[in-house]
Design a protein around this ligand. Structure first.
Ligand SMILES: [Zn+2]
Length: 225
């Protein structure tokens, strides 16, 4: 049985990203032999993290953390947004596969977030209804950033919006999923946000205080419903 505490899972991801950035990826558990083994095993209690990530081709989740088969339970959509299907998929990861870690991953130069900004400024081309549905989920994060534009500390509106969109996704997940709220509240899963730089390959881990802040604000919202 693998060591599957939240701390060891996060350490494995941090070390894997360091190997990736140093161009020293070991590609663990990535051969066909691992598939033969996977045939005989259940992924439950093997995968170390559930990921919520953007579909962007510049952020292949297993590669950037140098993990392999049966390591990562990955939910990807453009703009890493949370609708009911994504919430259900995360519930599989956190509830059934029982990963000790849930990682929300945004990335620099995110096209979906940029489109949301462009649309707010009336600069976006006409979008399809399905893309508009994604943009609508990102919009609150961009509006939040535009409302505090004077104190972004030099961060671009795009980068700040990508970061805020991570917390927006966590908010939307908490609102939709009692299972994840309960798991988080009783210490059954550790939640963490990360920003992936598509130009350097480095993952910058975000302040964990944000997670408890989002949880507290969702509790208030639910009480007032
Ligand atoms: Zn993206």
């Amino acid at each position: 049985m693998r060591d599957r505490t939240p701390e060891s899972a996060l350490k494995a991801l941090q070390e894997g990203n360091q190997r990736f950035v140093a161009n020293e990826s070991g590609h663990p558990r990535s051969s066909y032999e691992q598939t033969i083994m996977a045939k005989a095993l259940d992924q439950t209690y093997h995968a170390i993290a559930t990921f919520v990530a953007c579909s962007d081709s510049r952020m292949p989740v297993e590669r950037i953390f140098d993990v392999g088969i049966m390591d990562a339970f990955v939910v990807r959509t453009a703009g890493n947004v949370i609708g009911v299907d994504q919430a259900g998929s995360i519930e599989y990861g956190v509830g059934v596969v029982a990963t000790p870690l849930l990682v929300f991953l945004g990335h620099t130069k995110c096209g979906a977030v940029q489109t949301t900004i462009d649309k707010l400024y009336g600069k976006a081309d006409e979008l399809t209804p399905s893309i508009n549905a994604i943009i609508a989920k990102i919009r609150p994060a961009v509006l939040n950033v535009l409302n505090r534009e004077e104190d972004l500390n030099g961060q671009s509106v795009l980068d700040a919006s990508v970061e805020q969109n991570i917390w927006q996704g966590l908010h939307d997940l908490f609102m939709k999923s009692k299972l994840v709220r309960d798991k988080y509240a009783n210490g059954g899963v550790k939640i963490i946000g990360g920003m992936y730089d598509v130009e350097t390959g480095v993952v910058r881990w975000l302040d964990e205080k944000n997670v408890s802040n989002v949880y507290a604000s969702v509790q208030l919202e639910l009480e007032n419903e």
